[in-house]
Write a protein that binds this ligand. Sequence first.
Ligand SMILES: [Zn+2]
Ligand SMILES: [Zn+2]
Length: 371
Amino acid sequence: MTMLSGALPRMPPPGGEPVEPDGTGSRRWWGGLYLPSFVLAGGSAWLCWIGVRTLERSGRLGAELAAGRARLVAPAVVAVVVLILLCERWWPAECRELFARGHVHDAAFFVVHVAAVVPLMTLLGVAFAHLIGSHARWLGAPWAAWCPRWLLAGVTLVLMDGGNWLAHWAEHRITPLWRMHALHHSQEQLSVLTSFRAHPLSHLPGFCLATVPVIALMGDPGLAPFLITSYVCLGTLPHANVPWSLGPLGRIVVSPAYHRLHHSVEDAEGCNLGIVLTVWDVLAGRARFPVRGAPSCRTGLAHRPVRTEQAAGGRWHPGVLVSQLAEPFRVPSGDRRNPHDGTGSPTPQSPEALSVGPAAHDGRRTPRIAA
Ligand SMILES: [Zn+2]
Ligand SMILES: [Zn+2]
């Protein structure tokens, strides 16, 4: 599916104001803004406002935000991250120093995650629960109250994962969503911290689809925190910089080696979209299982359509981070398009743009950097 990409205006040439064909003047400043990202931001703000209003009416705003933090940054999540960081030192898929630029930068994204994304996700969850309770009560599953808790937890986790797979598929197919998701894929030094490298506005589609089963099936609300924390823990492992394919279990559960193929610089088809389970990829014909003993692939995006910390040299991390967060709000040039939306390869514009491979990822060469 292609949205808007065919009618996108071109980016101004680097280092100068755009010049109209007749040379009479420059393009208006708002011509450089990417409207769909503002619509997404507006939708998220509207849902957050509903979440805040709902919680304020019940006097639970502070308590619910604290509970959301406890669910999404629970001690169990921190313990899993620390354990995986240790494993990355002992069994690295790709050897690199502890304070590699990618690691430090993704640690900064973890701070953004705790400060901004967790409250955002909490408010989105409250807003969805409110909207479903007000307008879609038929989504509720009263039979869930009689289900054994272990069965209810299992079914909910599987449906959450299915919803996330669908959202992830949409992020790779729909250009405005890809513009947000591309930041996650821009990491060239994958580690467990990459789990937190995401644009705050990229969580909306996943929440739309993954929270519905939680809200519909949670006849026992006490299970929700446990489920959400468990799912976050399971979702952090696949980004680990370890070569594990998990043996036979890796045919069902997403392993680090399996998800690394999804982040491969050469993945032109959007394979391995699963978050926790591989079954959705198998059903959709998108599963590509790792080959035992094969060398680890390079990760990141060909042509660097999103600015990377590796290409920024010694630049201050927060400055690069802010420019990465702002990038989806600018109109994309030809090579910033979604490579998986069916329009084929990005428009080649230079000899460098034609070379899709490790050379394009060498930190000393910057074929195309988002400004
Ligand atoms: Zn992806
Ligand atoms: Zn990922």
